[in-house]
Design a protein around this ligand. Structure first.
Ligand SMILES: Cc1cc2nc3c(=O)[nH]c(=O)nc-3n(C[C@H](O)[C@H](O)[C@H](O)COP(=O)(O)O)c2cc1C
Length: 136
């Protein structure tokens, strides 16, 4: 198995509907390909982890890279893994927004924060995602 993590920048035109659409499509596509992962959004930045069979991960990443709802897609990690870090999620979503100085959190599932802090999760990933979500 393989895990890939990238960062990117949301298109200026990206709206709430687009996110709903991305998550909807991801949930069925990823389920079919037994891909799991996590999509974090901090204001206009995305960080996504994709894990599964190497070929499936690379295929979907190719598609994602050419999606014009984001740009500047940059892979930061690509590594063989023995165990999934997000076994229960076809694609969970966690967003922090910082409008007018106040921060809001939008969670796809109620238990997302707890699960993000899942002690089973590799330390480096936990560090990476929590750092990313706290970036200002
Ligand atoms: C930030 C971001 C994350 C995405 N994540 C996934 C994903 O995990 N799985 C997926 O199937 N599509 C994902 N997509 C959507 C794909 O780019 C693509 O639109 C979708 O797979 C449908 O592809 P198709 O039109 O070739 O069938 C994502 C798009 C964006 C912008």
């Amino acid at each position: 198995m393989y895990r890939l993590i990238y960062v990117s920048k949301a298109a200026e035109s990206l709206r709430e509907d687009d996110i709903e659409n991305i998550l909807h499509v991801s949930q069925s596509n990823n389920d079919e390909r037994y891909l799991t992962g996590f999509l974090a959004q901090n204001n206009r930045a995305f960080m996504q982890a994709l894990e599964g069979e190497r070929r499936e991960v690379l295929d979907i990443y190719d598609r994602i890279k050419s999606d014009d709802r984001h740009s500047g897609v940059l892979q930061i990690i690509g590594e063989p893994i023995e165990k999934r870090a997000f076994p229960d999620w076809t694609m969970n979503y966690h967003r922090v927004d910082d409008k007018d100085g106040s921060s809001t959190m939008v969670l796809r599932q109620d238990d997302a924060v707890d699960a993000l802090l899942n002690p089973e999760m590799p330390r480096d990933l936990l560090y990476l995602f929590s750092k990313f979500l706290r970036m200002r």
